[in-house]
Design a protein around this ligand. Structure first.
Ligand SMILES: *Cc1c(COP(=O)(O)O)cnc(C)c1O
Length: 385
């Protein structure tokens, strides 16, 4: 093969296909735009939770802000949407704050060191950086500890006076919002309210306060604030499992590579962990743990093929799995559905999460680069309202 015709590393395909049903995401965005009364920040981090970024689609359907973790993710969105406010909240102190400030990316700030790095960039550019001060409410994770909140507010106010920054927002994130009855939710809501008052008391005038993500928005556990940062829900994942309004947007398919008839007592895969207990048929598919199928789902997972659920047998390998198809000898090239919305009886991402003892988020964000992404924009009637 000549070097010119070799596939690029980012286009090495296995034959498996991840279909992204954009109409489902659009419907979910409309749902959240309605229930937040147009105060919707669409969270598109991790390549839109593995769905592709879809910045324009979510803005067209009513998202008024976009949110991501890193500046690099934000810059990609900025190219797609020059017109929408974009927030990035998780960056190391040596991140490219020059680029962020130049491209009008709002920045979440959780420490004096982070603030200092942003001020340097703003000073150097002669522009004001737009900040959202982030308070930790009980996760000990990415917000500033409540004990440091007052001094961070004072430092930010000083930088405002010097003309380097403007504090446009105050943000927090809830630890237990998927369980609305957990008393921790009330504690975190009260702490967030106190943090906002404390910021105002120090002369800051944040135009937007935001606390709730998907679960807190659906259950109401986040109270009433100016913006809702919605990630999982855009993709049909409800961590609180209380809503039936959301639509799942992905389906994962793979073609049969080969199929064979086997007798009783034949072992399958590494370690011989599975042995047939009678004559049956096996089919091989090019999807494995390098493509995002969790190996921990071995001995439990199923696929849909020829209209029936069939078990994956043996350990899930890096590149492939074997499916026991019972009486059916499959034909190379025919396809199985590994997951989808569940409407045809196929497994769902929630099933895979259960099989692997994880959450749906982890399944959808880990589909590997060898799986081709196919975006489908089927026209659908809007739900009658
Ligand atoms: C990921 C993330 C979100 C989105 O959360 P979902 O539960 O997926 O809606 C919101 N805010 C922050 C700070 C996040 O890291």
């Amino acid at each position: 093969m000549s070097s010119a015709s070799r596939p690029r590393a980012d286009a090495v395909r296995s034959g498996a296909e991840l279909r992204v049903h954009e109409d489902a995401i659009r419907a979910n965005v409309r749902y959240f735009a309605r229930c937040t009364r147009d105060r919707l920040m669409a969270v598109l981090k991790a390549d839109g939770f593995g769905h592709g970024s879809l910045a324009s689609a979510v803005v067209d359907e009513g998202a008024t802000w976009l949110g991501v973790a890193s500046i690099d993710e934000a810059l990609v969105l900025r190219r797609a949407r020059p017109d929408v406010p974009i927030l990035s909240w998780l960056n190391p102190v040596d991140a490219d704050f020059d680029a962020a400030v130049s491209e009008r990316i709002d920045l979440g700030v959780s420490s004096a060191d982070g603030l200092h790095a942003i001020v340097q960039a703003a000073r150097h550019l002669g522009r004001r950086a737009r900040l959202h001060l982030h308070v930790d409410l009980g996760m000990s994770r990415d917000g500033t500890p409540a004990s440091d909140w007052r001094s961070l507010c004072e430092l930010a106010r000083m930088a405002e006076r010097e003309g380097h920054v403007r504090v446009v927002g105050v943000m927090g994130h809830m630890s237990c919002a998927d369980r609305p009855e957990n008393p921790q939710n009330l504690r975190e809501r009260l702490l967030f309210g106190a943090a906002i008052r404390s910021a105002r008391h120090r002369g800051l005038a944040p135009a937007v306060t935001h606390l709730a993500a998907t679960a807190a928005t659906i259950t109401g556990a986040g109270g009433d604030h100016d913006l809702h940062r919605i990630g999982a829900g855009l993709y049909g994942i409800d961590p609180s499992r209380t809503s039936s309004a959301l639509r799942f947007a992905l389906s994962l398919h793979a073609p049969v590579i080969s199929a064979r008839r086997v007798g009783s007592g034949v072992s399958v895969g590494y370690g011989g962990c599975f042995t047939t207990d009678g004559p049956t048929h096996l089919a091989l598919f090019p999807l494995g743990y390098a493509d995002g199928l969790p190996r921990a789902a071995s001995h439990r997972a199923e696929v849909l093929v020829r209209g029936r659920r069939r078990p994956i047998v043996g350990l899930i390998s890096m590149d492939m799995v074997v499916v026991d198809t019972g009486d059916d000898l499959l034909t190379p090239g025919e396809t199985a559905t590994f997951f989808g919305p569940g409407e045809q009886g196929e497994p769902t991402v929630a099933d895979w999460a259960t099989w692997a003892q994880t959450i749906e988020h982890e399944i959808v964000t880990r589909i590997g680069a060898r799986v081709a992404r196919v975006h489908r924009r089927t026209h659908i009637e809007r739900n009658p309202e």
